[in-house]
Design a protein around this ligand. Structure first.
Ligand SMILES: C[S@@+](CC[C@H](N)C(=O)[O-])C[C@H]1O[C@@H](n2cnc3c(N)ncnc32)[C@H](O)[C@@H]1O
Length: 301
Protein backbone atom coordinates (compact mmCIF):
# COMPACT_ATOMS: atom_id res chain seq x y z
CA UNK A 1 0.00 0.00 0.00
CA UNK A 2 2.79 2.40 0.89
CA UNK A 3 4.52 1.75 -2.44
CA UNK A 4 1.28 2.73 -4.18
CA UNK A 5 0.97 5.93 -2.15
CA UNK A 6 4.51 6.88 -3.18
CA UNK A 7 3.55 6.38 -6.82
CA UNK A 8 0.63 8.81 -6.78
CA UNK A 9 1.57 11.13 -3.90
CA UNK A 10 5.35 11.22 -4.07
CA UNK A 11 7.65 10.33 -1.18
CA UNK A 12 7.35 13.59 0.81
CA UNK A 13 3.56 13.63 0.92
CA UNK A 14 3.46 9.91 1.66
CA UNK A 15 5.61 10.45 4.76
CA UNK A 16 3.40 13.38 5.82
CA UNK A 17 0.28 11.28 5.25
CA UNK A 18 1.60 8.37 7.30
CA UNK A 19 2.53 10.72 10.15
CA UNK A 20 -0.84 12.47 10.05
CA UNK A 21 -2.58 9.09 10.18
CA UNK A 22 -1.01 8.57 13.61
CA UNK A 23 -2.51 11.78 14.98
CA UNK A 24 -5.86 11.23 16.72
CA UNK A 25 -8.79 13.14 15.25
CA UNK A 26 -10.78 15.48 17.49
CA UNK A 27 -14.39 14.36 17.67
CA UNK A 28 -16.88 16.64 15.96
CA UNK A 29 -20.64 17.05 16.10
CA UNK A 30 -23.28 18.25 13.67
CA UNK A 31 -26.07 20.17 15.38
CA UNK A 32 -29.54 18.94 14.45
CA UNK A 33 -31.04 22.32 13.55
CA UNK A 34 -34.44 20.64 13.20
CA UNK A 35 -34.45 20.50 17.02
CA UNK A 36 -32.05 23.09 18.44
CA UNK A 37 -29.85 26.02 17.38
CA UNK A 38 -26.08 25.78 17.39
CA UNK A 39 -25.81 28.57 19.97
CA UNK A 40 -28.23 26.88 22.38
CA UNK A 41 -26.55 23.47 22.10
CA UNK A 42 -23.11 25.02 22.58
CA UNK A 43 -24.32 26.73 25.76
CA UNK A 44 -25.79 23.50 27.11
CA UNK A 45 -22.69 21.41 26.40
CA UNK A 46 -20.37 24.09 27.80
CA UNK A 47 -22.38 24.07 31.02
CA UNK A 48 -21.44 20.39 31.26
CA UNK A 49 -17.74 21.17 30.85
CA UNK A 50 -17.29 20.40 27.14
CA UNK A 51 -15.16 22.78 25.08
CA UNK A 52 -16.37 23.43 21.54
CA UNK A 53 -14.76 25.17 18.61
CA UNK A 54 -16.61 26.34 15.46
CA UNK A 55 -15.90 24.62 12.14
CA UNK A 56 -15.36 26.94 9.16
CA UNK A 57 -16.92 24.61 6.60
CA UNK A 58 -20.14 23.90 8.48
CA UNK A 59 -21.76 26.74 10.44
CA UNK A 60 -23.87 24.34 12.54
CA UNK A 61 -21.04 21.97 13.53
CA UNK A 62 -18.39 22.01 16.24
CA UNK A 63 -15.06 20.40 16.93
CA UNK A 64 -14.89 19.04 20.48
CA UNK A 65 -11.70 20.25 22.14
CA UNK A 66 -12.45 18.91 25.61
CA UNK A 67 -14.78 15.99 26.25
CA UNK A 68 -15.81 15.70 29.91
CA UNK A 69 -17.64 12.44 29.33
CA UNK A 70 -18.77 10.27 26.47
CA UNK A 71 -20.43 12.40 23.80
CA UNK A 72 -22.71 9.49 22.93
CA UNK A 73 -24.29 9.42 26.37
CA UNK A 74 -25.38 13.00 27.06
CA UNK A 75 -29.07 13.90 27.33
CA UNK A 76 -28.56 16.17 24.35
CA UNK A 77 -27.30 13.25 22.26
CA UNK A 78 -30.17 10.98 23.29
CA UNK A 79 -32.65 13.75 22.46
CA UNK A 80 -31.20 13.97 18.97
CA UNK A 81 -29.77 17.45 19.31
CA UNK A 82 -26.58 16.40 17.56
CA UNK A 83 -24.97 13.69 15.49
CA UNK A 84 -21.39 12.56 16.11
CA UNK A 85 -19.87 12.90 12.67
CA UNK A 86 -16.44 13.62 11.30
CA UNK A 87 -16.11 16.84 9.34
CA UNK A 88 -15.35 15.32 5.93
CA UNK A 89 -18.47 13.21 6.18
CA UNK A 90 -20.60 16.35 6.58
CA UNK A 91 -19.57 17.64 3.14
CA UNK A 92 -21.48 15.31 0.76
CA UNK A 93 -24.94 16.39 1.96
CA UNK A 94 -23.93 20.07 1.95
CA UNK A 95 -22.56 19.85 -1.59
CA UNK A 96 -25.58 17.92 -2.87
CA UNK A 97 -27.69 20.73 -1.39
CA UNK A 98 -31.17 19.14 -1.43
CA UNK A 99 -34.31 21.32 -1.31
CA UNK A 100 -37.45 20.76 0.75
CA UNK A 101 -39.38 19.87 -2.44
CA UNK A 102 -36.88 17.37 -3.83
CA UNK A 103 -37.06 13.63 -4.29
CA UNK A 104 -33.72 12.48 -2.89
CA UNK A 105 -32.24 8.98 -2.87
CA UNK A 106 -29.39 7.90 -0.61
CA UNK A 107 -28.24 4.66 -2.26
CA UNK A 108 -26.07 3.41 0.64
CA UNK A 109 -27.61 5.03 3.66
CA UNK A 110 -26.82 3.05 6.83
CA UNK A 111 -26.16 4.02 9.57
CA UNK A 112 -27.49 7.39 8.46
CA UNK A 113 -24.88 10.09 9.11
CA UNK A 114 -25.45 11.67 5.74
CA UNK A 115 -29.10 10.64 5.47
CA UNK A 116 -30.06 12.49 8.67
CA UNK A 117 -28.07 15.47 7.41
CA UNK A 118 -29.91 15.39 4.06
CA UNK A 119 -33.23 15.38 5.94
CA UNK A 120 -32.07 18.35 8.00
CA UNK A 121 -31.20 20.32 4.86
CA UNK A 122 -34.59 19.38 3.37
CA UNK A 123 -36.22 20.81 6.52
CA UNK A 124 -37.80 17.39 7.08
CA UNK A 125 -39.90 17.86 3.91
CA UNK A 126 -39.90 16.39 0.40
CA UNK A 127 -39.15 12.69 -0.06
CA UNK A 128 -36.01 10.99 1.13
CA UNK A 129 -35.55 7.38 0.04
CA UNK A 130 -32.92 5.54 2.04
CA UNK A 131 -31.53 2.30 0.64
CA UNK A 132 -29.11 -0.15 2.22
CA UNK A 133 -28.43 -3.75 1.27
CA UNK A 134 -27.19 -4.88 4.67
CA UNK A 135 -30.09 -5.96 6.85
CA UNK A 136 -27.90 -5.82 9.98
CA UNK A 137 -27.27 -2.11 9.47
CA UNK A 138 -30.94 -1.13 9.11
CA UNK A 139 -31.73 -0.96 12.87
CA UNK A 140 -28.93 1.57 13.43
CA UNK A 141 -30.27 3.65 10.54
CA UNK A 142 -33.80 3.55 11.93
CA UNK A 143 -32.62 4.41 15.44
CA UNK A 144 -30.72 7.43 14.13
CA UNK A 145 -33.72 8.60 12.10
CA UNK A 146 -35.95 8.31 15.15
CA UNK A 147 -33.46 9.99 17.49
CA UNK A 148 -32.98 12.90 15.08
CA UNK A 149 -36.76 13.26 14.54
CA UNK A 150 -36.67 12.59 10.78
CA UNK A 151 -40.14 12.19 9.25
CA UNK A 152 -39.60 12.61 5.51
CA UNK A 153 -37.84 9.31 4.86
CA UNK A 154 -38.61 5.79 3.67
CA UNK A 155 -36.13 2.99 4.43
CA UNK A 156 -35.66 0.21 1.88
CA UNK A 157 -33.53 -2.84 2.67
CA UNK A 158 -32.50 -3.75 -0.88
CA UNK A 159 -29.56 -3.87 -3.24
CA UNK A 160 -29.16 -0.45 -4.85
CA UNK A 161 -28.14 -2.14 -8.09
CA UNK A 162 -31.91 -2.75 -8.52
CA UNK A 163 -32.76 0.92 -8.01
CA UNK A 164 -34.41 1.30 -11.44
CA UNK A 165 -37.09 -1.21 -10.35
CA UNK A 166 -38.43 1.46 -7.96
CA UNK A 167 -39.60 3.43 -11.02
CA UNK A 168 -38.63 6.71 -9.40
CA UNK A 169 -36.62 9.54 -10.90
CA UNK A 170 -34.71 11.63 -8.38
CA UNK A 171 -33.72 15.29 -8.21
CA UNK A 172 -30.68 14.45 -6.09
CA UNK A 173 -28.83 11.21 -5.39
CA UNK A 174 -26.17 10.52 -2.82
CA UNK A 175 -23.88 7.60 -3.60
CA UNK A 176 -21.66 7.35 -0.54
CA UNK A 177 -20.24 4.19 -1.94
CA UNK A 178 -19.10 1.12 -0.04
CA UNK A 179 -15.30 1.26 -0.09
CA UNK A 180 -12.17 -0.17 1.49
CA UNK A 181 -12.18 2.68 4.00
CA UNK A 182 -8.51 3.36 3.30
CA UNK A 183 -9.06 6.97 4.34
CA UNK A 184 -10.25 5.94 7.81
CA UNK A 185 -6.86 4.76 9.14
CA UNK A 186 -6.73 7.86 11.34
CA UNK A 187 -9.95 6.77 13.06
CA UNK A 188 -9.26 3.05 12.98
CA UNK A 189 -5.57 2.00 12.88
CA UNK A 190 -6.47 -1.68 12.23
CA UNK A 191 -7.24 -0.62 8.66
CA UNK A 192 -3.51 -0.13 8.06
CA UNK A 193 -3.10 -3.82 7.43
CA UNK A 194 -6.61 -5.11 6.80
CA UNK A 195 -6.96 -4.11 3.13
CA UNK A 196 -5.15 -5.44 0.08
CA UNK A 197 -5.06 -4.48 -3.57
CA UNK A 198 -7.60 -7.17 -4.38
CA UNK A 199 -10.07 -5.52 -1.96
CA UNK A 200 -9.65 -2.25 -3.83
CA UNK A 201 -10.28 -4.00 -7.15
CA UNK A 202 -13.38 -5.73 -5.78
CA UNK A 203 -14.82 -2.50 -4.39
CA UNK A 204 -14.05 -0.66 -7.62
CA UNK A 205 -16.31 -3.06 -9.55
CA UNK A 206 -19.19 -2.55 -7.09
CA UNK A 207 -18.70 1.23 -7.15
CA UNK A 208 -18.86 1.32 -10.96
CA UNK A 209 -22.01 -0.77 -10.98
CA UNK A 210 -23.73 1.46 -8.40
CA UNK A 211 -22.67 4.66 -10.14
CA UNK A 212 -23.93 3.44 -13.51
CA UNK A 213 -27.39 2.50 -12.16
CA UNK A 214 -27.62 5.63 -9.99
CA UNK A 215 -27.03 7.97 -12.93
CA UNK A 216 -29.84 6.26 -14.86
CA UNK A 217 -32.47 7.27 -12.29
CA UNK A 218 -31.56 10.96 -12.15
CA UNK A 219 -34.05 13.47 -13.55
CA UNK A 220 -32.75 15.78 -16.30
CA UNK A 221 -30.92 18.57 -14.49
CA UNK A 222 -30.60 16.32 -11.44
CA UNK A 223 -27.37 15.87 -9.47
CA UNK A 224 -25.52 12.91 -8.00
CA UNK A 225 -22.84 13.25 -5.36
CA UNK A 226 -20.29 10.43 -5.35
CA UNK A 227 -18.17 10.06 -2.21
CA UNK A 228 -15.91 7.52 -0.55
CA UNK A 229 -13.73 7.46 2.54
CA UNK A 230 -10.91 6.02 0.46
CA UNK A 231 -7.98 7.73 -1.20
CA UNK A 232 -7.38 4.89 -3.67
CA UNK A 233 -7.72 6.25 -7.25
CA UNK A 234 -9.27 2.93 -8.31
CA UNK A 235 -12.22 3.66 -5.97
CA UNK A 236 -12.55 7.27 -7.07
CA UNK A 237 -11.17 8.82 -10.27
CA UNK A 238 -10.95 5.50 -12.11
CA UNK A 239 -14.60 4.73 -11.27
CA UNK A 240 -15.66 8.12 -12.66
CA UNK A 241 -13.44 7.82 -15.71
CA UNK A 242 -14.66 4.35 -16.66
CA UNK A 243 -18.34 5.20 -16.26
CA UNK A 244 -18.44 8.76 -17.59
CA UNK A 245 -16.33 8.20 -20.68
CA UNK A 246 -19.28 6.40 -22.31
CA UNK A 247 -21.97 8.78 -21.03
CA UNK A 248 -22.55 12.01 -22.94
CA UNK A 249 -25.59 13.05 -20.85
CA UNK A 250 -23.57 13.65 -17.69
CA UNK A 251 -20.82 16.01 -16.66
CA UNK A 252 -18.81 16.60 -13.54
CA UNK A 253 -19.52 20.05 -12.16
CA UNK A 254 -17.50 22.36 -9.96
CA UNK A 255 -18.13 22.16 -6.24
CA UNK A 256 -18.89 25.67 -4.94
CA UNK A 257 -16.25 25.60 -2.22
CA UNK A 258 -12.69 24.36 -2.51
CA UNK A 259 -12.51 21.99 0.47
CA UNK A 260 -9.73 19.70 -0.72
CA UNK A 261 -7.33 19.46 -3.62
CA UNK A 262 -8.36 18.63 -7.18
CA UNK A 263 -8.94 15.05 -8.28
CA UNK A 264 -6.26 13.25 -10.28
CA UNK A 265 -6.33 13.45 -14.06
CA UNK A 266 -3.46 10.98 -14.41
CA UNK A 267 -2.93 7.68 -12.70
CA UNK A 268 0.31 5.87 -13.45
CA UNK A 269 0.62 5.97 -17.25
CA UNK A 270 -3.06 6.62 -17.92
CA UNK A 271 -4.59 10.00 -18.72
CA UNK A 272 -8.12 10.34 -17.27
CA UNK A 273 -11.01 12.60 -18.32
CA UNK A 274 -9.97 16.22 -17.79
CA UNK A 275 -13.26 17.09 -16.00
CA UNK A 276 -12.25 14.76 -13.14
CA UNK A 277 -10.05 17.57 -11.82
CA UNK A 278 -13.30 19.15 -10.58
CA UNK A 279 -13.63 16.39 -8.00
CA UNK A 280 -11.90 16.89 -4.66
CA UNK A 281 -9.61 14.82 -2.43
CA UNK A 282 -9.21 15.43 1.30
CA UNK A 283 -6.13 14.21 3.13
CA UNK A 284 -5.25 13.94 6.83
CA UNK A 285 -1.91 15.73 6.32
CA UNK A 286 -3.32 18.60 4.23
CA UNK A 287 -6.82 19.15 5.61
CA UNK A 288 -6.67 17.59 9.08
CA UNK A 289 -9.58 15.27 8.20
CA UNK A 290 -9.94 11.59 7.37
CA UNK A 291 -8.99 10.68 3.78
CA UNK A 292 -12.04 11.43 1.64
CA UNK A 293 -13.19 11.90 -1.96
CA UNK A 294 -16.04 14.00 -3.38
CA UNK A 295 -17.43 14.43 -6.89
CA UNK A 296 -20.61 16.18 -8.07
CA UNK A 297 -22.17 14.99 -11.34
CA UNK A 298 -25.05 16.63 -13.22
CA UNK A 299 -27.43 15.11 -15.76
CA UNK A 300 -27.68 17.45 -18.74
CA UNK A 301 -30.85 16.04 -20.31
C1 LIG B 1 -19.84 3.92 3.39
S1 LIG B 1 -21.16 3.03 4.09
C2 LIG B 1 -22.43 4.23 4.06
C3 LIG B 1 -22.38 5.20 5.20
C4 LIG B 1 -23.60 6.09 5.22
N1 LIG B 1 -23.78 6.79 3.95
C5 LIG B 1 -23.51 7.12 6.32
O1 LIG B 1 -23.15 8.26 6.06
O2 LIG B 1 -23.82 6.77 7.47
C6 LIG B 1 -21.65 2.01 2.76
C7 LIG B 1 -22.97 1.30 2.94
O3 LIG B 1 -23.29 0.71 1.70
C8 LIG B 1 -24.04 -0.45 1.94
N2 LIG B 1 -24.01 -1.23 0.68
C9 LIG B 1 -22.99 -1.96 0.17
N3 LIG B 1 -23.35 -2.47 -1.03
C10 LIG B 1 -24.60 -2.03 -1.28
C11 LIG B 1 -25.50 -2.21 -2.35
N4 LIG B 1 -25.17 -2.95 -3.40
N5 LIG B 1 -26.71 -1.62 -2.28
C12 LIG B 1 -27.06 -0.87 -1.21
N6 LIG B 1 -26.25 -0.69 -0.15
C13 LIG B 1 -25.04 -1.25 -0.20
C14 LIG B 1 -23.34 -1.06 3.13
O4 LIG B 1 -24.22 -1.95 3.80
C15 LIG B 1 -22.98 0.17 3.95
O5 LIG B 1 -23.99 0.42 4.90
Amino acid sequence: MIERYIKFLGIDDTIKLLKANEKPLNPSIRVNTLKISGAELKKRLEQKGFELEPIDWVPYAFKIIKETYNLGSTHEFLQGYYYLQNIASMLPSIILDPNPNDIVIDMCAAPGSKATHLAQLMKNQGTLILIDRNRNRIPALETNLRRMGIINSIVLNMDAKDISKLNIKADKILLDAPCTGEGLIRQDPTRKRSKRLRDIEKMSKIQKLLLRVGLKVLKPGGKLLYSTCSIAPEENEIVLNDILQDESDFSIIKINNQYGINGLTRFFENALLEEIKLSQRLYPHLHDTIGFFLCLIKRKN
